[in-house]
Design a protein around this ligand. Structure first.
Ligand code: E4P
Length: 220
């Protein structure tokens, strides 16, 4: 499963990229607004920090002609950019147009397998299925992800299911269990994936024993 970080914060991208396990970055208008920097400037810095990674940048218009203009502008900024498009009727039409032009797309704000089917039929590269926002209203967000993964596999679509709106490390585990292709998460969740108390205790003990024995890797 590919791992993306969901952020507009350059420092977070830099740290995650240093670990060497980052496959891409997702942004959205809220995250870019939070970054306090310009859209193009932020997205281009992210592209530089994650060479070869898929970097999602979202259109903000909701009417087809303007959405298309924005999509062509955004995709002209850098070859790594994936145009993110909301799951509304002109958005589906836009995905179809962009996929015909060979431009990679990410259909966002997907909550159901029906929406995922429309996105897959239009040729979306990635389908962002939000889980946390569904859990927040008392339902099980991962159910639609599982159904969408089955749908993609059953019918042989090329789209990849991207688990979004991740709230905790268990969502990452569940994304793997249902066979999602990608999981995007806030940087703090990626940090939490490292954490295990037995790792911390085990390392502490190893180092105490090593130091107590006066050992050294290099000749003293
Ligand atoms: C997806 O790409 C979105 O940017 C994101 O995962 C939204 O998550 P939220 O529900 O935490 O805002």
């Amino acid at each position: 499963m590919k791992l993306f970080v969901d952020t507009g914060d350059i420092e977070e991208v830099r740290k995650a990229a240093e670990w060497g396990i980052l496959d891409g970055v997702t942004t959205n208008p809220t995250l870019i607004a939070k970054s306090g920097h310009g859209f193009k400037e932020t997205v281009l810095k992210i592209c530089d920090l994650v060479p070869g990674g898929a970097i999602s940048a979202e259109v903000v218009a909701t009417e087809y002609d303007q959405m298309l203009k924005e999509a062509l502008e955004i995709s002209s900024w850098h070859p790594q950019i994936v145009v993110k498009v909301p799951c509304i009727p002109p958005g589906i039409r836009l995905i179809k147009t962009l996929s015909g032009k060979g431009i990679r797309t990410n259909m966002t704000l997907v909550f159901s397998v029906n929406q995922a089917l429309l996105a897959a039929k239009a040729g979306a590269t990635f389908i962002s299925n939000f889980v946390g926002r569904v859990d927040d209203i008392g339902d099980t967000g991962m159910d639609a992800v599982a159904d969408s993964v089955d749908m993609i596999n059953t019918y042989g679509f090329d789209s990849q299911i991207l688990v979004a709106s991740v709230r905790h490390p268990l969502h990452v585990v569940q994304a793997m269990e249902v066979g999602a292709h990608i999981c995007t998460m806030p940087f703090k969740i990626m940090e939490m994936m490292f954490k295990h108390p037995l790792t911390d205790n085990g390392l502490k003990r190893f180092l105490e024993d090593w130091n107590a024995a006066g050992l050294s890797i290099f000749p003293k």
